[in-house]
Ligand binder design. Structure first.
Ligand code: S3P
Length: 429
């Protein structure tokens, strides 16, 4: 895809639904009693993989654009699939689904694409095995293909070595079906969409600092889920609006769950002009309108407990850092190495191609600011967030940027390029 430098970005858009919440709404609806209705569902490839896996597990799911109806089967109503369950590129689908399958009496084989084949699964297969689930797979269950036959699982008190909502959720979803109580303790707090949604489906979930506890044997009751816009998708336009001249962008109904808003804290700390209005729905998943305007940014240090709150936004934050005054240091982010790509390497490598000064470190990166970017051939490496970061970079890069594997953005943001174009065509403010 050939992308050219933009003059300015102006307008009001609604970013697609939150990916994490869309996955969970389908999965929890599938194992609930009754019919779950979802509005604002993200029709990205990852969430469509979740729908297709649960259809293969015998759940009737109808979708009309962003509206989804899930005919729940209850906790023990899933059926043995006739085919392998293919999660595509989706880490959330595979890890949460393994937790759900941990107590089923039947057999399943789970596969994904090349990227999924490289991502660590031991972080979920190990605790699930310790609960009694029978899981096998490549390299002793570290990688896909995996096969699982659940049943007779017992609650566990699990201390996770990583702050991962996928690990936490997999263990809690197994715990829901296990004998006794299950708790998960994390080193830092990861996103809490699972806890919030389980409560909305009528479950009792206790949170005490970094530990979440659930009693086994609780039935989920179907609910209506209104999915807010994805702050991880909004992030691309938040940075675009801040780094482009003469720009003002309003993003409507963006999710503002505090476990996800690290990007807002960091952009504000960098000096970005950001305003949040019309905050609603605080009891379940808060959302509001965010407006960003052209800003002069300065470098910052990002690490510690902030990292899980912005882990998916680091590629686009790195681009912001190339336009800031001074140096930006990102640390404590070794998890980036096991995302859809090794995002430390892909971010640094692609930014360097565009003329930025960036260095990879063991657990993050160092970016030197005020770089003049020059359009060249770059690649998403099949990673949606790298693709969108590079598309935003093309708006400020001189000349033409040739983005290879641009189609990867459909994993989380099918209409990204249309919205980017729309903002370029709006009349100046
Ligand atoms: C997700 C959790 C995060 C995030 C991913 C979605 C989720 O992964 O990077 O895009 O929906 O639970 P980890 O929990 O593995 O860090």
């Amino acid at each position: 895809m050939i992308l050219t430098k933009a003059r300015e970005l102006n307008g009001v858009i609604r970013v697609p639904g939150d990916k994490s919440i869309s996955h969970r709404a389908v999965m929890f609806g599938a194992i609930a009693e009754g019919i779950t209705t979802i509005s604002g569902f993200l029709p990205g490839e990852d969430c469509l993989s979740t729908i297709s896996c649960f259809q293969k597990l015998g759940v009737a799911i109808e979708r009309d654009g962003e509206h989804v109806k899930v005919h729940g089967k209850g906790l023990s109503g899933l059926q043995e699939p006739k085919e392998v369950l293919d999660v595509g590129n989706s880490g959330t689908t595979i890890r949460l689904m393994l937790g759900i399958l941990a107590n089923t009496s039947f057999h399943c084989t789970v596969i994904g694409d090349d990227s999924i084949g490289k991502r660590p699964m031991k972080r979920v297969t190990e605790p699930l095995r310790s609960m009694g689930a029978r899981i096998d797979g490549r390299a002793n269950g570290q990688y896909t293909p995996l096969s699982i036959r659940g049943g007779g699982i017992q609650g566990v008190a699990y201390t996770s070595p990583v702050a991962s909502a996928q690990v936490k959720s997999a263990v809690l979803l197994a715990g829901l079906q296990a004998g006794g109580a299950t708790s998960v303790t994390e080193p830092e707090k990861s996103r809490d969409h699972t806890e919030r949604m389980l409560r909305a489906f009528g479950c009792d979930v206790k949170t005490d600092g970094l530990t979440v506890t659930i009693e086994g044997g609780q039935e989920l009751q179907a609910a209506h889920v209104e999915v807010p816009g994805d702050i991880s998708s909004a992030a691309f336009f938040l940075v675009a609006g801040a780094i482009m001249p003469n720009s003002k962008i309003t993003l409507r109904k963006v999710g503002l769950n505090p476990t996800r808003t690290g990007i807002l804290d960091v952009l504000k700390q960098m000096g970005a002009s950001i305003a949040i209005e019309n905050v609603q729905n605080e009891a379940f998943e808060p959302y509001g309108d965010i407006t960003v305007e052209t800003s002069s940014l300065k470098g910052v240090e990002i690490g510690g407990a902030l990292i899980p709150r912005l882990i998916d936004e680091i590629p686009i934050l790195a681009l912001a850092a190339t336009q800031a005054e001074g140096v930006t240091v990102i640390k404590d982010a070794a998890e980036l190495k096991v995302k859809e790509t090794n995002r430390i390497d892909t971010v640094v490598h692609e930014l360097q191609k565009l003329g930025a000064r960036a260095e990879a470190t063991d657990d993050g990166m160092i970016i030197y600011g005020k770089a003049r970017l020059q359009g060249v051939q770059v690649s998403s490496h099949g990673d949606h967030r790298i693709g969108m970061m590079l598309a935003v970079a093309s708006c400020i890069a001189e000349g033409e940027t040739n983005l290879q594997q641009a189609e990867a953005v459909a994993v989380s943001y099918p209409n990204f390029f249309e919205q980017l174009k729309e903002l370029q065509q709006e009349s100046p403010r």
